[in-house]
Design a protein around this ligand. Structure first.
Ligand SMILES: Cc1cc2nc3c(=O)[nH]c(=O)nc-3n(C[C@H](O)[C@H](O)[C@H](O)COP(=O)(O)O)c2cc1C
Length: 188
C-alpha cells in the first residue's frame, strides 16, 4: 500500500513523532511504501473560503501558492493517509488543521446526488497524543475527523489516542505495542 503520514506536531522528537515513528516502522516492516511529511517545516496557509477550488472538480483546484497543494496531491495519490497530531485544546494542531481545511478543494457538490471526491475510496486514520489520561480525551478530535470523512468519501481505518504523555522517554512498552497494533489495524 502507498501510505502518506502527516506529522502535525512542531516537536520533531516529541510524543506524536515517537508514536507515529513506531507506526511507520511497523508499516515498513509489513512491506508498505511510507512517505512522511513534517508539516511544521512547510509553508501552510489557512483556507480562505474563496471556493475557487469548486470550479476545478477534476484536480486539486486550490488557488493558494504555498506547500499545501503538493501535500493534497500526495493525499490523492496515497491509498492510506495517517494524520497525526498532539491534542491541542481537544482538537488537532494548527498545522494539521490548516491541511485538513484545505482538503475542501478535493470534493465537489457535497449533499448533492453528484457529490464527487478525489479521495473517494481511500483510507484515512488519525493518531493523537495528549497529556490527559482519560480514554475519551480525544473524542472531539475523533468526531470531527469522522465527519470530515463524509465529504471526503473515504474509509475510516482507525483512531489511536495515547494519553498521559509527558516525554517520549517515559512511554512504557505498552504504548509501542498499541502503535504496532494500530499499524496492523489500519492496513487490515
Ligand atoms: C497548546 C497546547 C494545548 C494542549 N491541549 C491539550 C488538551 O486539550 N488535552 C490534552 O490532553 N493535552 C493537551 N496538551 C498536551 C499535549 O497534547 C501533549 O503533551 C502532547 O503529547 C504533545 O505532543 P508532542 O510532543 O508531539 O508535541 C496541550 C499542549 C499544548 C502545548
Amino acid at each position: 500500500m502507498k501510505i502518506l503520514t502527516l506529522q502535525g506536531s512542531a516537536r520533531k522528537k516529541g510524543n506524536t513523532a515517537t508514536v507515529l515513528g513506531w507506526v511507520e516502522e511497523e508499516l515498513i516492516n509489513q512491506g508498505h511504501e511510507v512517505t512522511s511529511i513534517y508539516l511544521h517545516g512547510k509553508n501552510l496557509n489557512g483556507c480562505m473560503g474563496c471556493a475557487k477550488c469548486k470550479e476545478v472538480p477534476d484536480d486539486v483546484g486550490c488557488v493558494q501558492k504555498d506547500d499545501v497543494p503538493e501535500i493534497l496531491g500526495r493525499m490523492v495519490a496515497a491509498d492510506l493517509v495517517v494524520f497525526a497530531s498532539p491534542l491541542y485544546f481537544w482538537g488537532v494542531s494548527a498545522q494539521l488543521k490548516a491541511v485538513i481545511d484545505r482538503t475542501y478543494s478535493l470534493y465537489t457538490r457535497y449533499h448533492e446526488p453528484d457529490h464527487a471526491s478525489l479521495l473517494e475510496g481511500r483510507r484515512q486514520a488519525l493518531l493523537v497524543t495528549g497529556a490527559g489520561g482519560w480514554d475519551n480525551n480525544a473524542e472531539a478530535a475523533f468526531t470531527a475527523f469522522g465527519r470530515m470523512q463524509n465529504p471526503h468519501k473515504t474509509i475510516h481505518s482507525g483512531t489511536l489516542y495515547t494519553g498521559k504523555c509527558t516525554t517520549p522517554a517515559d512511554m512504557d512498552a505498552s504504548v509501542r505495542e498499541q502503535a504496532v497494533a494500530f499499524a496492523r489495524q489500519i492496513t487490515a
